[in-house]
Design a protein around this ligand. Sequence first.
Ligand code: PDD
Length: 286
Amino acid sequence: MSRIVYVNGEYLPEDQARVSVFDRGFLFADGVYEVTSVIDGKLVDFPGHAARLERSLAELDMPSPMTSGELLAIHRELVARNDVTEGMVYLQITRGAPADRDFVFPDPAETPQTVVLFTQSKGLVDSPAAQTGLKVISIPDIRWGRRDIKTVQLLYPSVGKMMARRAGADDAWMVEDGFVTEGTSNNAYIVKDGRIITRQLGNEILHGITRAAVLAFAREAQMQVEERPFTIEEAQAADEAFITSASTFVMPVVSVDGVALGDGKPGPVARRLREIYIEQSRKAAV
Ligand code: PDD
């Protein structure tokens, strides 16, 4: 069955969907995106993703092409048309396709934005990686300074993932001024003496929607949370570590730059938070 995707108001088979070669997403990475997970055919943390999208658009002086209610309807329609029970919905909004390549932003009244959504079916809950845990390496964070905006400038994160692969690892944690910022496509955490430590919000990291939910659940469960920077050395001396994102939920990390954490197996805090997050998301999904 051909996948049905959404492009600028139309639901089309993927091989009939078209975006212009002059699209600013293609030429300038001038676009923002969201990834929302699907469990049991329902959307997880949708209000958070819709709110962050609004913020990303506003920070880049882009209008909102539709209300969050309309956005939700399109997400649901795509999930239904593609029979997705578990997986993701990817959404991208670019500044559109002006007549010529020009660094200056086009007038939004003349150049409509490009809106694309598509689904990816994928098992997320019974992930084999959640049983074994991930190996991460550290790499310098050389991305631009506004990582709080969810732009489609993903070349360095993609290069970072390849550096990890070549080093026999699963992912990379990025380091700036001696401290971990985040993973290539996820937020990073360590656990020491029962305390959960993760970098505080700022322009240096993406404000993860999963991060917000997981930290709230952790606090509700009386776990201690410290939002502050940590180093790779501190991570290597931690009892356990994990990452969070819409596509991995809570995923244990078992080694950092070749140093095994604790007994080298997924730790109890990461395992428990993963259980809680999946359980609560199932209940709250829309
Ligand atoms: N990535 N940090 C970065 C750099 C990210 O790209 C992501 C998400 C996160 C976690 O955010 P959230 O919990 O809202 O998914 C943190 C998505 C999943 C992606 O690019 O596929």
